[in-house]
Design a protein. Sequence first.
Length: 409
Amino acid sequence: MKRIWQPFMALALLVMSCKREEKKELALGDWLARIEVSDSQKLPFNFTVGKGADGYIMKMYNAEEEIVVDEIELNGDSIRIQMPIFEGYFAGTFSENEMEGKFIEESKEREVDFTAVHGQSERFEVKESARVNISGIWETYFDVNTTNEYPAKGIFMQSGDKVKGTFRTKTGDYRYLDGVVTGDSLKLSAFDGSHVYLFMAQVTDSTLDGKFYSGKHAVQEFMAARNEAFELPEADSLTFLREGYDRFDFSFPNSEGKMVSLSDARFKDKVVLVQIMGSWCPNCLDETRFYVEFLKNNPDLDIELVALAFEYAKTEEKAFEAIGRLKEKAEVPYPILLAQYGTSNKQKANEKLPMLNHILSYPTTIYIDKKGEVRKIHTGFNGPATGEKYEQFKAQFATMVEGLANEQS
């Protein structure tokens, strides 16, 4: 009987061994991904794949920005890569050296095709050396020749063919842009887990003429001219209390369903900063991280922060899930209340906060003194990608908040 079973045991061991060998792995090292933004254009971004104690770790790069992704699921030849904090994820198939599938944002009802190839590190192909150097300040207008035209400030640094920088607008910045000048063509891109940004332009020594692709759902024409003296309107002058209102107030639920308002005891005789934001918003995340760091570095400063979230998520449950994910991943110590779900429409948001002339931007922060008076409203946020402007903001913020905290109630 023993001899009869021996061949079967050997066969079973062989099958089990083959199954173990069939488990697919991802190649470690450099990868280049491309996300489709139009029928003719694809946005490239760089990432690496490594291994940690709990599995694969992916690091995405945009200029100086590094984004760590540690939620990667492999099942057979299927792969799912969940973005940190944001709801977006990649879903598709993979082999050792290739991936393909979709980048999906369910609440926004958006999905776009993507591919990724191992072993490539050049974001854009440089077909010829740069004919111009675009380093400097550029007065820029997006959605040109339309009723939606708006200004921006281009800030770029070029070394050889390589370019990095950003566009600042009245309501924030387009974060870390990374790219090249090849011949007389400028190519810049950024993917941060939410924003899918591609800028393509023809360049001369003094002009840019191009298109801005925001995912596959929007494309804008833009033009720019060198202007080292160009400045945008001050962010503290864009949003204000409507005539007839002398106070800012709110009443929205927290994750336990309890209504929280500015009249609650925790805010009494305190300096209060009210952050209007969304868990889906990268500029809001930059601002939130700044606030978290500031609170950690100033534990004795007697101030309160509270965030009002305007969410894309279709249900209240999904909205609070997104808020909870943000609080956990960014270690947010202050309350984030749900002001609206199902849309981030600014007009609808304004109905929830009728005392404001408008909600022009996510994020926006209201500074309220110990007497309950609004002292400043700051529209938008210039994050770390803006360099000097970000450093200026940090210094101004500290001076303003510390001054308010030291006032008598």
